[in-house]
Design a protein around this ligand. Structure first.
Ligand code: FAM
Length: 434
């Protein structure tokens, strides 16, 4: 029973493999797109060069996890008793297998996570040895890479066939995912709460335990479950997911791969944007003496930001061309739980004024808010005001999706990644200007 998820996954993998093999063998030459110079220079935007079945991002509809929209995912997954939110563990089951688990299946998987959550002492020692003003993302990345010595994949690599690489990768993924919330909460309490560490509670689910270790009361457990779920996956091309995928394609283990994922997420154009949003809003609040700005006043702040050459954090997206449904899910939560919070009111005004301004400016292809425009506000409301920490929360969530992707990439034998580059001379020759 303890191996329930792994056995189920093995069955899914065995059923899936012939599909990939057939596509490769019989249709390998079929074209699925072409690449322009703008794409080659412009960050490969829109180039179809990755395959994943864990999630799909439609530019207008937004993300679907294993075919389910966010509202469907939230509705269908078994809920933690006494809560409106699903188990994070059950969500991982869905990402990995494509199936909605039953309540008893979720309980087995939650127990499996619980068994693996003890963080090694040397990780704690290492975190404590870092200067306290180290950014929490650096701390998280350091802790994850330090645990690389635990890798089951590395131990078994020379003794198993390629066919079975996914099995120790699965073990590594579960071992790491189970520890991430404890590591994140440890960093938080050590850095921002006077080093008062709260021990995990073996009877709680992942989200509940995280809230407990953070020392934040209900409904922060639900906030954590929602947050981890929403941030888990956004198909494979975004920086964090792609970094994880790329690194693991060299058969670097989960610890190296998730370390790279975290480092990519730490950029201000990607995961760090949630910290930037709060910093930006705080700046506006200070200038407004904490009075809620009128739409006209807010428009001025937005234009000032744009005119100074900055981006408006939390708006725009490389793929989406509509309001991010992850933003909407958090907006709905905010409307239900914190609609009178002054910071939510700021975000609400921004929701109204920013898109027309970005449209008028005419640069951003997508003027609508993304996930990061809303997430920090919820954290702030529940007392997690240290916005440097927000991307750590994003990382715990994102690791769920990236680990699921890496396990499947190993199972389907995806090879080492190696796109081809050209020189500027070559491009000039292709277009006939040289
Ligand atoms: N404010 C001001 N200008 C923006 C903008 C924004 N929110 N979003 C895009 N632009 C500009 C962009 O800088 C670029 O300008 P230049 O031509 O001068 O270089 C132009 O509009 C075209 O950009 P695009 O094609 O619409 O967007 P990209 O695909 O290049 O970039 C983002 C996408 C997300 C990096 C970009 O929209 C951005 O910088 N947004 C603000 C930061 C942010 O919220 N990031 C978080 C994204 C989130 F989903 C995540 O990954 N966690």
């Amino acid at each position: 029973m303890a191996e329930l998820l792994k056995e189920k996954l093995e069955q899914k993998i065995n059923d899936w493999r012939p599909r990939t093999t057939k596509l490769l063998k019989d249709y390998g030459d079929v074209k699925i797109g072409e690449v322009t110079i703008a794409q080659a220079i412009g960050g490969m935007r829109g180039v179809k060069g990755l395959v994943t079945d864990i999630s799909y991002l439609d530019p207008v509809e937004g993300i679907r996890f294993r075919g389910y929209t966010i509202p469907e995912t939230l509705e269908k997954l078994p809920k933690v008793p006494g809560s409106n939110m699903p188990y994070v563990e059950g969500f991982f089951y869905l990402l990995l297998t494509g199936d909605i688990p039953t309540e008893s299946e979720v309980e087995v998987v939650a127990k499996e996570f619980n068994k693996r959550k003890q963080v090694p002492n040397y990780v704690i020692d290492l975190l404590r040895a870092l200067p306290r003003d180290t950014h929490p993302m650096t701390m998280l990345s350091t802790a994850v890479v330090a645990m690389q010595r635990e890798s089951e994949f590395v131990k078994e690599y020379h003794n198993i066939s390629k066919h079975d690489y996914w099995k120790p990768t699965y073990e590594d993924a579960l071992n790491l995912l189970a520890k991430l919330p404890s590591i994140a909460a440890y960093i938080y309490r050590m850095k921002y709460r006077g080093d008062t560490i709260i021990a995990p509670d073996p009877n709680l689910d992942m989200g509940g335990n995280f809230a407990h270790m953070m020392g934040v009361d209900k409904p922060y457990d639900d906030v954590s479950r929602l947050y981890f779920l929403l941030h888990s996956d956004h198909e494979s091309g975004n920086v964090s997911a792609h970094a994880g995928h790329l690194i693991s394609s060299a058969l670097s283990d989960i610890y190296y791969s998730i370390g790279g994922m975290i480092n990519g997420l730490a950029g201000p154009l990607h995961g760090l944007a949630n910290q930037e949003v709060l910093m930006w809003i705080q700046g506006v609040m200070d200038q407004m003496d904490h009075k809620i700005p009128t739409e006209e006043e807010m428009k001025k702040f937005v234009w000032d930001t744009l005119n100074s050459g900055q981006v408006v954090p939390g708006f725009g997206h490389a793929v989406l061309r509509q309001t991010d449904p992850r933003y909407m899910a958090q907006r709905e939560f905010s409307l239900a739980h914190l609609k009178d919070d002054p910071i939510f009111k700021y975000v609400d005004v921004l929701y109204k004024v920013v898109p027309p301004i970005l449209e008028e400016q005419g640069k951003a292809k997508n003027p609508w808010p993304n996930v990061d425009a809303q997430s920090g506000v919820i954290q702030w409301h529940y007392g997690v005001k240290e916005y440097d920490f927000y991307t750590v929360l994003f990382s715990v969530g994102r690791a769920l999706g990236v680990c699921a992707n890496i396990i499947w990439a190993r199972a389907l034998g995806y090879p080492i990644e190696r796109p081809k580059s050209l020189t500027t001379d070559m491009l000039e020759k292709i277009v006939g200007i040289k």
